[in-house]
Design a protein around this ligand. Structure first.
Ligand SMILES: C[S@@+](CC[C@H](N)C(=O)[O-])C[C@H]1O[C@@H](n2cnc3c(N)ncnc32)[C@H](O)[C@@H]1O
Length: 341
C-alpha cells in the first residue's frame, strides 16, 4: 500500500470530481481509486485550492495501479542474491512451478508470494524439486497460495486434467503436441506408447476422428487422468487407454501407421524396437535430449542405420548449456533394423 494525498467525495459525486481533477492535471494514475462504504478516495498529486465536488482533502492508503512486469520487481531478497532469481517458470493451469537455486531457498515463501502478486490469475506456486523415476513424476512443494497440484491446463483449445506430482506433464511441449496431432489424417492406427495424461493422444483424436488411437502408460495415476481427459474431450469412441508397457504392446500388435514416444532420456534402441513395429511409410514421432552440436548428425545416422527417413527435426527447448530437447519424426521406409544404406 502507498500513502498519498487524496480527495474524499460522496460516491454520487465521484465522476464529477474526477473530471475536475483531470482538468487540473492532479489525479494520480499510478494508484488505484479506493471505494469504501463511506465514499470514494481519489489519489492526487496536490491538495492546493478548493476541493472539487464538495469533497475534502485527506490522505489515504492506496494499492499500486502500476502493472507489475515481473515478480522480480516486488520480491524482497538481499541485493547480492537478486541476480540469481529465476527468470523463467512453468505455468500449468492455475499453478506455477519454479526451480529455485539453493542459495535462494531461504526466501522461497517470499518468491512465491511475489509470483502470486505478479500473476493474480494463479492459485498456488510450487517449487520444482526434480523429476524422478520411471514415471517421470515431479517432486513439488507448495510455497505460496492454496490447494494441491491438480489443475486443468488448456493448450490449443484442449483442456486437460493434469497433476504434475502424480503424472508427467510439460506445458513446454504444447506446440509439439499440436504439430503431431495436425499430421494425422484418415483411418490410421496410432499408438501413443508413453501417453502420460494424453496431450498427444487426445489432441490427435480430436483432430482426426477417423484415427483409432491406443494410449498406454506404465503409471496408473497417469492413465486415470488420461481416461478423464478422453471422456471430457468426448473422444472415447476411438481412443483406448491402457496401463502397461508401450513397447511390449507395440511389438505384440505391429503394423502401426503412427507411433508417438515422448521419452527424452530413453535409449536409441527403444526407438529401433518401435520402428520395427511400424507399417512401411508409418511415422514415429519421438523426443530426445541430445548434445546440440551433434543432434542432426546423430539422428541422420540413426535413421540411416534403421532404414528410416528423418522427416523432421525441431528444437523444443534447451536442456543444459550443451544439450537440448529435440522432437523428430522418422518415417519407416523398410521395417526391421537391418536396412542400413
Ligand atoms: C516424459 S513422460 C511423457 C508423457 C506424455 N507423453 C507427455 O508428453 O506429457 C514419459 C511417460 O512414459 C511413461 N513410461 C515410461 N516407460 C514406459 C513404458 N515402457 N511403457 C509405457 N509408458 C512408459 C511414464 O510413466 C511417463 O508418463
Amino acid at each position: 500500500m502507498v500513502q498519498s494525498p487524496a480527495l474524499f467525495v460522496a460516491p454520487a459525486r465521484a465522476q464529477e470530481a474526477r473530471r475536475h481533477l483531470k482538468e487540473r492535471g492532479i489525479e494520480r494514475a499510478d494508484l488505484k481509486i479506493h471505494r469504501s462504504s463511506q465514499g470514494v478516495f481519489i489519489p492526487v498529486t496536490s491538495t492546493d485550492g478548493q476541493p472539487p465536488a464538495q469533497g475534502q482533502w485527506t490522505t489515504h492508503d492506496f494499492e499500486s495501479n502500476a502493472r507489475i512486469r515481473s515478480y522480480k520487481d516486488i520480491v524482497d531478497v538481499p541485493d547480492a542474491l537478486r541476480r540469481d532469481l529465476p527468470t523463467s517458470f512453468d505455468i500449468v493451469g492455475d499453478i506455477a512451478i519454479i526451480k529455485i537455486p539453493d542459495l535462494l531457498l531461504d526466501f522461497d515463501a517470499g518468491i512465491g508470494e511475489a509470483l502470486l502478486r505478479a500473476h493474480p490469475h494463479l492459485r498456488a506456486i510450487f517449487v520444482d524439486e526434480g523429476v524422478a523415476g520411471q514415471f517421470r513424476v515431479r517432486r513439488l512443494r507448495r510455497i505460496a497460495g492454496t490447494g494441491g497440484s491438480r489443475t486443468r491446463h488448456k493448450e490449443f483449445g484442449l483442456e486437460l486434467d493434469v497433476d504434475p506430482a502424480l503424472a508427467y506433464f510439460s506445458p513446454r511441449l504444447a506446440n509439439e503436441h499440436d504439430r503431431v496431432a495436425s499430421l494425422s489424417r484418415g483411418p490410421e492406427r496410432v499408438l501413443d506408447a508413453t501417453a502420460g495424461v494424453g496431450p498427444y493422444a487426445v489432441a490427435l483424436a480430436r483432430r482426426n476422428p477417423q484415427a483409432q488411437v491406443v494410449a498406454i502408460d506404465l503409471n496408473p495415476a497417469a492413465v486415470d487422468l488420461l481416461r478423464s481427459n478422453i471422456q471430457k474431450a468426448k473422444v472415447g469412441k476411438h481412443v483406448e487407454a491402457l496401463v502397461g508397457d508401450g513397447f511390449a504392446l507395440a511389438a505384440h500388435t505391429p503394423g502401426w501407421d503412427r507411433v508417438i514416444v515422448n521419452l527424452p532420456h530413453g535409449e536409441f534402441s527403444d526407438l529401433a524396437r518401435l520402428l520395427a513395429c511400424m507399417k512401411p511409410g508409418g511415422v514415429l514421432h519421438a523426443t530426445r535430449v541430445i548434445e546440440t552440436k551433434d543432434a542432426n548428425t546423430e539422428l541422420e545416422a540413426f535413421a540411416a542405420t534403421h532404414g528410416a527417413r528423418l522427416a523432421h527435426v525441431g528444437l523444443v527447448h534447451p536442456y543444459s548449456p550443451t544439450s537440448a530437447l529435440y522432437a523428430f519424426d522418422l518415417e519407416a521406409r523398410i521395417t526391421g533394423p537391418s536396412a542400413s544404406k
